[in-house]
Design a protein around this ligand. Structure first.
Ligand code: NI
Length: 166
């Protein structure tokens, strides 16, 4: 396994749209393991998308179980995720390993229904809400070349400089 370099804003590669995974082979498993090791090597990010390490396939990892008082499905490896239903809107603060110096307030759907595949290609379906739903929406944006910076209502009012990433 290996800790990979994380692309940071304004690297153009963060704008690339990722391709669906077609083969659930050993190479995929190795890439997923590297992605997870990279997530854990950093400052405790709740999620990471493959595109952030210049691997442009539709894979992401989300785990908000370390956050208290938020419903969640534990540690999730999501391949080719698709949101099939949205409900409600909520504003919340987001950070990103690719934008290490800032956090921002972003509007997201409050509840989502999500279809995805696991790392072996088995179908998954989740009803998610709150912070977990937010984290998944944030990571899915990376697969389409979007950053939370693109979703701020106001750069002047909704962007905040970080003192330390934690
Ligand atoms: Ni991010």
């Amino acid at each position: 396994m290996a800790v990979l370099e994380i692309l940071t804003y304004p690297d153009d590669r963060l704008r690339q749209v990722s391709e669906p995974v077609k083969q659930f082979d050993a190479a995929l498993q190795g890439c997923i393991d590297d992605l997870e090791e990279t997530r854990l090597a950093g400052p405790g990010a709740v999620g990471i998308a493959a595109a952030q390490v210049a691997w442009f396939q539709r894979v992401l990892i989300v785990d908000v179980s370390g956050r208290k008082k938020t419903g969640n499905h534990g540690h999730l490896i999501l391949v080719n995720p698709e949101i099939t239903e949205w409900d409600g809107f909520a504003i919340g603060r987001e950070g990103c390993l690719s934008v290490p110096d800032y956090t921002g307030n972003v509007v997201r759907a409050e509840r989502i229904q999500l279809d995805a595949l696991d790392r072996d290609g088995n179908a998954l379906c989740f009803d998610m809400e709150g912070f977990e739903a937010r984290a998944v929406q944030h990571e899915m944006d990376h697969l389409d070349g979007l950053l939370f910076l693109d979703r701020l209502v106001s750069r002047r009012q909704d962007l905040f400089q970080r003192k330390v990433y934690k």
